[in-house]
Design a protein around this ligand. Structure first.
Ligand code: SF4
Ligand code: SF4
Length: 187
C-alpha cells in the first residue's frame, strides 16, 4: 500500500538532512521576516510561507516567488528563536518546485537553476555562457547589449571558455549527485 504524503511532510523530508527544528514548531513571531533583506520583493514573507506550509497549502506555496527571491543570506536562520532553518527551506522549495515542474512562469530562477544543474550534470562543472538565455533579456535590449559587452571583455581576457570542459569521472559524479537530490525535472 502506498502512502501519499501531505505537502508539509514532503517538505520536512526534504529538510531532514539539513537539520533545523520542524516547521511545526514555528511560533509565527516574524523574526525571520523582520531580518530578511529580500522580504519587500517577496509575494509572501518567510513567516507567512511557513504558515502556508503548515496549513498544507501546496499550490499557494508553489505559486509564490518567495523562495526564488531569497538571497541566501541566512539572517532568518541565525535569528529564529526556535532553531528553524528558513534559509534551507528556501533551497528545499526550489528543488521541490523544479522536481515537480510547478512554479510561476515569469521568474528567471527556475530556468536558470535548471540550466545550471543540467550543465553540472553534463560536464561535472559550471559553464557560464550556458545560463545566458535564462536572463539575457531581463534588462531589455540595452541590458542584452551590456551582457554581450561584458562577455566579450571576459573572452578577450581568456576568462570565458568558448567550449565547456568535462571532468574525468562524470558517471561517478552523476551517481553521487543523484544520491543527494532527485534528478527528475533536470534530465
Ligand atoms: S523566526 Fe522562526 S519561529 Fe519566528 S516566524 Fe520565523 S521561522 Fe517561525
Ligand atoms: S536567507 Fe533568504 S529568506 Fe532568509 S533572511 Fe536571507 S534572504 Fe530572507
Amino acid at each position: 500500500m502506498t502512502t501519499t504524503l501531505h505537502f508539509d511532510q514532503e517538505v520536512m523530508n526534504l529538510l531532514h538532512a539539513a537539520g533545523g527544528e520542524p516547521l511545526s514548531t514555528c511560533i509565527q513571531c516574524a523574526m525571520c521576516s523582520a531580518s530578511c533583506p529580500a522580504a519587500p520583493f517577496m509575494d509572501d514573507s518567510p513567516r507567512r510561507l511557513i504558515a502556508l506550509i503548515n496549513a498544507d497549502l501546496r499550490d499557494q506555496v508553489l505559486a509564490s516567488n518567495t523562495f526564488w527571491t531569497c538571497a541566501s543570506c541566512f539572517a532568518c536562520t541565525e535569528r529564529c528563536p526556535r532553531g528553524i532553518d528558513p534559509a534551507q527551506l528556501m533551497y528545499a522549495l526550489r528543488r521541490y518546485s523544479i522536481w515537480k515542474g510547478v512554479h510561476r512562469e515569469d521568474l528567471v530562477g527556475p530556468d536558470f537553476s535548471r540550466r545550471f544543474v543540467r550543465t553540472i550534470l553534463r560536464n561535472g562543472k559550471s559553464y557560464e555562457p550556458g545560463y545566458a538565455p535564462a536572463f539575457i533579456w531581463e534588462g531589455g535590449f540595452p541590458g542584452m547589449v551590456r551582457e554581450v559587452q561584458g562577455a566579450l571583455r571576459l573572452l578577450r581576457k581568456g576568462r570565458l571558455p568558448l567550449i565547456p570542459s568535462r571532468i574525468k569521472d562524470l558517471d561517478g559524479f552523476r551517481r553521487m549527485i543523484g544520491r543527494i537530490i532527485p534528478l527528475e525535472g533536470f534530465e
